[in-house]
Ligand binder design. Sequence first.
Ligand SMILES: Cc1cc2nc3c(=O)[nH]c(=O)nc-3n(C[C@H](O)[C@H](O)[C@H](O)COP(=O)(O)OP(=O)(O)OC[C@H]3O[C@@H](n4cnc5c(N)ncnc54)[C@H](O)[C@@H]3O)c2cc1C
Length: 416
Amino acid sequence: MRIVVLGAGVVGVTTGYCLAGDGHEVTVLDRQPGPGRETSFSNAGLIAPGHVYAWASPRAPSILLKSLWRDDTALRFRLKPDPALWLWSLKFLANCTAERNRRNTLVKLRLALFSREELHRISAETGIDCGLAAQGALYIYRDKAHFETGFANSAMLREHGLTIEAADPDRCVELEPALAQARDKIAGGLYCPLDESGDCFQFTEELTQAAVAHGVAFSWDTRIDALHTERDRVTAVETSRGRFVADAFVLALGSYSPGVARTAGLSLPIYPVKGYSLTIPIDGHNGSPRIPGVDEAFLVGFARIGGRLRLTATADFAGYDTRHSPSDFAPMLRVARELFPDGGDYEHPSYWSCLRPMTPDGPPILGGTKLRNLWLNTGQGHMGWTMASGSARILTELIAGRPSPVALDGMTADRF
Ligand SMILES: Cc1cc2nc3c(=O)[nH]c(=O)nc-3n(C[C@H](O)[C@H](O)[C@H](O)COP(=O)(O)OP(=O)(O)OC[C@H]3O[C@@H](n4cnc5c(N)ncnc54)[C@H](O)[C@@H]3O)c2cc1C
């Protein structure tokens, strides 16, 4: 089959690679001059089944409400005259019950665990070295009550086979000696030995080369404007480089998926949630963390990515605005200096911000649509690096008419 994949972030590139491996003639389109130049460029690098919790939870409404008048590091929610935000927020609030939080988290866990295996399989198959560091991840708490709630909450993952160790401050420092100077600020940590980290951008770039070797064609600097449909099929994609026709189409445009889906009469409840990312050169500093993790008090993620320390934070509901200024990063920089005083050259940070493609309930949107040859692989949200390889394999199986390797309930578009 001739298949066009729309989008060359980590999700689109992995999908193109898997489809070519299944014998299809694949073309991948992207507006950027190369792969992974948007959200997949500078994320925290965590591959984290141990951190798959759905954001919609019983605590979320009060956190959202407070953020309306507080300038928070973790969350910036603003009421704007944006119907897409209002609709998304209503669906998000409907998912804030304990029961739905648990169900959505477990759907994400199922996909994350499968995806981790697929990522390892693809890495072994291609020889890609994206610095996968399989040493576990440490989720740090600064407050005892918060730590206890975090551990209690992790029961839903532990009950499904995930090992999560409750670590006291000494054990945290034993696991991550770079935390030694911050020991007194730590109330405890949750250590997930299965979690890991790696460079998502490097993986996306190297997988693009592997895909080219498998015959995948990439069309860069190609802006996608619309899908053309006839009865129950997509016939072509309209782009700045003309029309691309194919037998099937996969939509993998991250936060920009809803706009293009709309041209084919589909409504996708994905909202862009901006995040900020800071990269610090380690440059001979000896106090950079060896294992990745999250400071749960400020929701700052950290990971060593090659010779750099990566920090990410903030869920900013700013629409499609990806602008940033140094003041957006000041709270993260403060957290990094506190936890890892000798973590890197804090005087020379690189700044970046990008948009998480968030669904209101948490899991991505995978599978077919009412248009027989249009497939969705989008909405991976805050976990697209963790979920990309599994999502790509699922799509490849479905397009071939084979059963999904994991149960799809809670992941398909008909749940909305
Ligand atoms: C701050 C931050 C930290 C994160 N940390 C982690 C983490 O630690 N672990 C994890 O698993 N996930 C993490 N994520 C999430 C992860 O980065 C995303 O889920 C993932 O990158 C989404 O990949 P994607 O391919 O769907 O989207 P993208 O990478 O955004 O790719 C979409 C592609 O579509 C292209 N495109 C869009 N519109 C058009 C158009 N009209 N025409 C042509 N091309 C178009 C873009 O150029 C882009 O290349 C983080 C995200 C953020 C923001």
